[in-house]
Design a binder for this molecule. Sequence first.
Ligand SMILES: Cc1ncc(COP(=O)(O)O)c(C=O)c1O
Length: 440
Amino acid sequence: MPEHRSSPTRRDFLRTTGLALGARHLPAAGAGAALGSLSGCATEPTATADFPKLADLTPPAGPDDDAWAHVRPYFVLDPGISYMNNASLGMPPRAVVDAVAEGYRAISAEPLHGKHGLQEAIARRVRPGLAAMFGADVDEMSLTRNATEALHLQTIGLDLEPGDEVVITTQEHPAGHKPWMYRAARDGVSVREVFLPSPLEETEATLARFAEAIGPRTRAVSFCHVTRGGHRYPVKALCALARERGLASLVDGAQAIGQFPIDLHDLGCDAYAASLHKWVLGPAGTGFLYVRSGARDRFASAFEPTRSIETPGYEPGGTADFPVRAALATALDFVNALGLDRIEARCRFLSDYLKSRLEELPGCTIRSGATPDRSAPGSTIFELQGLNALDAVPRLEELAGTHIDEHQRDGHDAIRVSTHVYVTTAEIDRLVEGLVAARG
Ligand SMILES: Cc1ncc(COP(=O)(O)O)c(C=O)c1O
């Protein structure tokens, strides 16, 4: 039976969540474990017999399977499944799942103080944690439900006149494309699409395509940091080009955030939309919108008619999914404990291994960018003669217990395999055997 407590006070709540004064001095992972205890229970919910404690998570010493073997037990995944579809939806570690559950328990057991405690956690740990992780100021970060929402907010907020033009690419996700169609229909904005081939060309060629598309009425460029197929754009150079030409730069970072270190100030973009439920391993329904403080005069708020530069009002208001958002603090602790540079190295190790195995298969063509600067560390796309990508998805589940995705785009019948840190080379071997069997 759970311990019965009558109305914990806000002070109790802050103490049990590690948010009371002084708790910010806890080591990151320890603070995350504390956040798991939102119900005020005396026992630590993340420290079950089967799951290791987040506070004990040590940084892997290298990128190989041995170095990462201690990380896999932090995940809840059914042992019969190999999960290689992280680019669609990430798989949160157990500590994050527990933090969401404990947050709901807290808000249900004692709604008033439960809600305040979660809001406090979001204000004191999530927003600053995101800003610190991604090189931004706290007041430049707005929390959203996903990248789609953030993309809409940055696109509909941009100050444009009828007849103004924006340059986007042929590789936008519908979440990045649709808001521009909305601006075209509502405001008469002209949308020019730059053709970008798959695989991506060298940086100079990509820059030249953008430079050529920019015309006298162009006011903004809008593109992915990493596409859904894993192509990695030269974002810093593209933002510099935009700045030189006096254009706003808007980036879709849904597939980039969490795969490798990113410093938003250094990147030089004006707005950046991100998912936190993919590579950051946050709970589903989390994302952020970054608007550079110096670019606030270019972006209107969708919510605040009386906004100011000091209070730009980009974040959707109203009641939010507080337990889900607060649990992001635990996801950030998890990522910080591993290190984004180590995550990148591990993901690259796995996709390099996958590519080396695919190269052994007759009739296999890898469509990912040829070099690391043009391909994301964790997503690989390829075509396999004799295997339709749509058919491959259920067949691989059936034959190899492996979850993958199709990528039938850009004229390719490609399969997408997205391998986050918890995947092993043995699972990749099983996937390759499954591909051979599925082709028949
Ligand atoms: C490039 C890109 N942008 C945007 C999105 C939408 O992300 P979300 O589901 O967080 O809205 C996705 C989703 O897969 C994506 O791949």
